[in-house]
Design a protein around this ligand. Structure first.
Ligand code: R5P
Length: 307
């Protein structure tokens, strides 16, 4: 709820998106100073009074993940000590979310750990844009909401494609529920790829289930691209199965390691035709991928959070 007592604090992970949200909602941004001690510790100062205000802290905990997470926690801590009225945290990208279940003994549930840290720091409520899985909501003991940018993303894809002879593809079992619902909404048949991860960021395709894609076009939707292994392996498999055009839509583009080179090579080899990624993370603007369309997700966040 916007009041003239609201203010936004935008942190390093998504400053461009924050500027757009501030312009759309007409909520001013607070002036802040972010500095480093010589040993790397983060020092933050909010350069104006926030007493009694409803403060929206917007941060994507994208790479450098730990730095951005600490920035967020320190900012919440400052606000907690500054007699603000309410601290609403908005994470356009919520890092550490993939470790949301224990696959074997002696591992961490980092998705839960981060919710604990946000709560302990003093967040009053939280909004997440397409986190890795919706079950993360159950880890919070404070009010929280998930905003999905997927339909917004698909709307942008539809402006450039007519979805004739399309099959919607889930690049792994984790996305099946999402893809099933999209297949029903857009009345497009679906296909599921079952992948294995022998180790982090390594992908093996185990089997494929669903519609025939020979001479059809494929639309792959996923929450995020990290190294690109999942998407590129899926695209190569679909091409081998005889599909025509491949369009990929992902909300979060981490594009770490040599993902940019991999996507440019895939484009050159006609494996991926179009790639749509939102601006949930600042660094997307620096990724020089030939067929990349950056989708401005700010109207979706402004409408769903501030209206
Ligand atoms: C995982 O289950 C996610 O939905 C993504 O598919 C995955 O994180 C992408 O990682 P990468 O791009 O490294 O394959």
């Amino acid at each position: 709820m916007i009041t003239n007592n609201s203010i936004i604090i935008g942190l390093s992970g998504c400053t461009k998106l924050v500027d757009l949200i501030s312009q759309q909602t007409k909520i001013p941004k607070a002036k802040i100073l972010i500095n480093r001690f010589a040993d790397g510790e983060i020092f933050i100062k909010i350069c104006e009074s926030v007493r009694g205000k409803h403060v929206y802290v917007i941060q994507s905990t994208c790479p450098p993940v730990n730095e951005n997470l600490m920035e967020l926690l320190i900012t919440i801590d400052i606000l907690k000590r500054s007699s603000v009225k309410l601290i609403t945290v908005i994470c356009p990208y919520y890092g550490y979310a993939r470790q949301d279940r224990l696959l074997s003994k002696n591992e961490s549930l980092t998705a839960k750990l981060v919710t604990n840290l946000l709560e302990k720091s003093g967040a009053d409520n939280v909004y997440l844009l397409d986190p890795h899985s919706n079950q993360i909501q159950g880890f919070f003991n404070i009010p929280n909401e998930i905003v999905s940018g997927i339909h917004f993303l698909i709307k942008e894809i539809k402006k450039k494609n007519n979805f004739k002879d399309f099959v919607i593809v889930s690049p792994d079992y984790g996305s099946v529920k999402r893809i099933k619902s999209l297949s029903e909404t857009y009345k497009i048949p679906m296909l599921i790829i079952n992948k294995n991860r022998p180790k982090p960021n390594v992908v093996e395709i185990v089997d494929i289930l669903g519609a025939n894609i020979k001479n059809k076009n494929c639309l792959i939707i996923d929450d995020m691209i990290d190294t690109g292994g999942t998407i590129i392996t899926a695209c190569k498999t679909l091409k081998k199965m005889g599909c025509k055009k491949i369009i990929v839509g992902c909300v979060h583009g981490i594009l770490s390691a040599n993902a940019v080179e991999k996507f440019n090579l895939a484009y050159k080899n006609k494996i991926i035709d179009q790639l749509f990624i939102s601006n949930s993370i600042n660094s997307i603007y620096t990724k020089k991928i030939k067929n990349l369309h950056i989708v401005d997700i700010s109207p979706c966040l402004s409408k769903n959070i501030f209206n």
